[in-house]
Structure formats: C-alpha cells, structure tokens
Design a protein around this ligand. Structure first.
Ligand SMILES: Nc1ncnc2c1ncn2[C@@H]1O[C@H](COP(=O)(O)OP(=O)(O)OP(=O)(O)O)[C@@H](O)[C@H]1O
Ligand SMILES: [Mg+2]
Length: 406
C-alpha cells in the first residue's frame, strides 16, 4: 500500500513536470529524476533514436558514469532491442540473464545488476527508451516498478505528441579531457577528507559545459585538477588522449601556460597596469598569443584599453580577465563562478563574451556556477553531488546569454 502511494505521488509529480513547463527536454529530464528517486535507483537514462543514423544516444542521464558520448545501434543491446521492438524489458539479475552482455557501463563507474528499460514513443513510432539501472539497496526490480516506468513513458508520449520534440543529437564528440574514477583526498589534521569519490567525466572539444552542485560538493576541486592546479589522488586524467594524471613539472608549466585559460570570481588584475597592459603581460609569457589589442576588442573593451582596473566596473574588470585568458588562445577555459560577484546586467555582458568565444574560437569552456539559469546556455549540464557526478543533461537548444532571466 505504501508502495502504491509512493508510485501515485511520483506519477502526479511527473505529470506536473510534463504538463507545466515549456521546455520539454527539461521536463523529460525532471521526470527521469523523479523515477530514479522514487525507485531508489543508482542510475537512469533517456535514450533517443537519431533517425538519420539509426543509433541511440542518451539525452539525459543520472548516475556516476558519463555516457554522453555512447551511441548504440538500433536493435542492438537492451536499449536498441527495446526501441526496435517497442516492448519493455525487465532484467532482474543481469549476471544470469542471457539477454544481457553486461558490458555497457562497466568501464566508467557502473556495473549493471538489475535493469528496467521501457520504450518511449510519440504515439506513431518509438523514438527511444527510458532506462533505470540498479537499486541502491542491491535488490532487484519488480513488475510494479516496470509499470511505473511505463506510466512515465506514456505520459511523456502524450506530452511529446502535444508539444513536439525535435531531436538532433549531432555528431559524436571528440574528447578533450577525460576523468576516469578520479578521487581526491585532503589531509585535514590527522584525518583524511575524501572530496572526490570517483568522478567519471568527459569534456568535448568546443563545448560549453556548466557544472552545478551544492557548496562543498567538490566542483572547484574537480576543476583545479583538470587545470593542473591540483592533483588527483587516484584515477586517471587524460588530455587529448595523453595520460596527464601525474605530469612532470615541465609538462605542467607548459599546460597551464599555453593550454588553459582561467577565469575566477575575483578578477586578480594588476592594479597598476591598464586593461591592455594586464593582457599584454600575459601575452608575453606564451608562445603564440593573440595580439593583446585583439583580445581586448573581443571582450568589447577597446574604448577602455587604457583604463586602470580601479577605473572600471566589476563587469569590465571581469572582461579584462577574460581577455587575459583568451590572449593565450587556450584550448580550454576554466571559469569558476565568473559572474558570482556581478549584477544581472554585467553578468549577461560577461556571459555574452564567453558565448561568443565558444561559438567563434572553437574553445571549450567549463564553467562552475550556482546559477541554474546560466546552465540553460550550456551544451551540457553536469550536476555534482557529494564528490560524484549525479547527472548529465544535454541541452539540444542552448539559450543565448541575452535570453537568460533571473
Ligand atoms: N586544500 C584543501 N584542504 C582541505 N580541504 C579542502 C581543500 N580544498 C577543498 N577542501 C574541501 O573539499 C570540499 C570541496 O571543496 P570545493 O572547493 O571543491 O567545493 P565547491 O563545490 O567548489 O564549493 P563552493 O560552491 O562553495 O565553491 C570542501 O569540504 C572543502 O572544505
Ligand atoms: Mg568552488
């Protein structure tokens, strides 16, 4: 009876999600989160079929593994079989199930033990599937739970039919940075504090990734490891396929100098240098910089080039710090709460500059923020919870900075 109540509540919540928001992708993602929470699952995903390639990709997933870049042929694997046949599958015990080859997730943080997979259709055709993996308590899924998933899928179907959903999952992405089972421990007095507990994450070339998560969950620690400012305890970090888990001092210097641009909440400008000089100073340290004037122009500060930081607003100072990052022509820009100290209008100015860099320079940007509205600009939104990746969502239609409201 308690079960029944819980499921009814979940169905209502899902219905609200699906009917009340205007962004269907968000609604589907929210519905999956409700299912995962209600069924106490370890992971879940919504897979969509790309009709052009006849392959399935996850648009949104919850759990510790980064499966964003995985694609599965329609008809292959459990996800493909469910999509092709339009029939649900309940795998109670994967280890002893002949339908399951057990290899989908086990190289990136999750081994499937029990699974539910139900088709997602828009009344005319199957467009993908909803998948739930492993119960947190190790027990196995039952028929009733399968029914809840099917109920969610049919509610989604009605909404998709009504609102329309265009899926263009695009090309397979090239991986720039890969974190595999990364942990980080800090010694605090006599104790060891485990801050990262097994991070699995890929960052692709020319994407804009936003990282969200509660204070203290490990966002900055993760970003500092990616930026070579801190070191992982166990696991691996690769940069364009090269192992960078334990770089030498020389490699590290070159990486931080030429490859990475940092933007922080504090602008860290030199007060006795003008905007232009602050940028020139960095340009002189790197091998093949942009002309400093051009970097200043890209952040739309040419008119302020000869001003000192004290003569500029917070937003203008932050744009100088962005110019300082892009003058290096970095492959990857790491931005840790770059707008936290700015008001709305100045934040939008700064975000517009960042959007422009991603769109025109082919740069990858990874940005930590507490502002969920900013996440709507991103190609992918990564949520971190207590030292692990909690979920990853792809935005098929990222907003422009100028369309954000808070
Ligand atoms: N050098 C350090 N030594 C000891 N503990 C640390 C160190 N750096 C971070 N921590 C701890 O690690 C945890 C995660 O810190 P981190 O700065 O990564 O969090 P965050 O997600 O960026 O939080 P916020 O949103 O507040 O910036 C915190 O509990 C923090 O106190
Ligand atoms: Mg932080």
């Amino acid at each position: 009876m308690a079960e029944e109540k819980r499921f009814t509540k979940a169905s209502w919540e899902i219905m609200e999600q699906l009917l009340e928001v205007d962004n269907l992708e968000e609604a589907l993602a929210g519905s999956l989160e409700i299912i995962v929470r209600t069924l106490n699952s370890e992971a879940g995903a919504i897979w969509f079929l790309d009709p052009n390639t006849d392959r399935l990709s996850p648009l949104f997933h919850v759990g510790p593994a980064d499966i964003s870049n995985i694609t599965i042929e329609n008809g292959q694997g459990i996800e493909g079989v469910v999509t092709k046949s339009g029939k649900s599958v309940l795998i109670a015990d994967a280890a002893n199930d002949p339908r399951f080859d057990g290899t989908v997730f086990d190289d990136n943080g999750l081994v499937t033990k029990s699974m539910i997979c139900v088709p997602l259709d828009n009344l005319h055709e199957v467009i993908g599937c909803v998948q739930i993996i492993n119960k947190q308590d190790g027990s196995i899924y039952d028929q009733e739970e399968l029914v809840l998933c099917e109920r969610m899928a049919s509610l989604a179907a009605i909404t998709i039919e009504e609102k329309g959903l265009t899926i263009d999952l695009g090309e397979k992405k090239e991986v720039l940075v890969r974190l595999t089972d990364v942990t980080k421990e800090f010694a605090v007095g006599d104790n060891v504090l485990q801050v990262l507990k097994g991070i699995n994450l890929e960052i692709y070339k020319n994407e804009f990734v936003v990282v969200l998560g509660e204070s203290g969950c490990g966002k900055s620690t993760m970003m500092n490891i990616v930026g070579g400012m801190d070191f992982l305890t166990t696991g691996t970090l690769t940069i364009e396929g090269r192992d960078f888990s334990h770089p030498s001092e020389a490699e590290l210097t070159k990486y931080r100098r030429d490859y990475i641009g940092f933007i922080f909440q504090a602008y860290n400008l030199m007060p006795n240098l003008t905007a232009l000089e602050n940028v020139q100073f960095i340009a002189e340290l790197v091998e093949d910089p942009l002309p400093a004037e051009e970097a200043i122009a890209r952040v739309k500060l040419s008119e302020r080039a000869n001003n000192f930081p004290g003569q500029m607003s917070g937003g203008q100072q932050q744009r100088v710090s962005i110019a300082r990052a892009i003058v290096k022509k970095p492959r990857l820009i790491l931005a840790d709460e770059p707008t936290a100290a700015l008001d709305y209008t100045t934040s939008i100015e700064v975000l517009s500059v960042i959007e422009d860099i991603v769109n025109t320079q082919g740069t990858t940007v990874m940005m930590v923020t507490h502002n969920v509205e900013i996440a709507k600009m991103a190609n992918r939104v990564v949520k971190v919870r207590n030292g692990r990746i909690a979920s990853i969502k792809r935005n098929l239609h990222p907003l422009h900075a100028t369309d954000l409201v808070w």
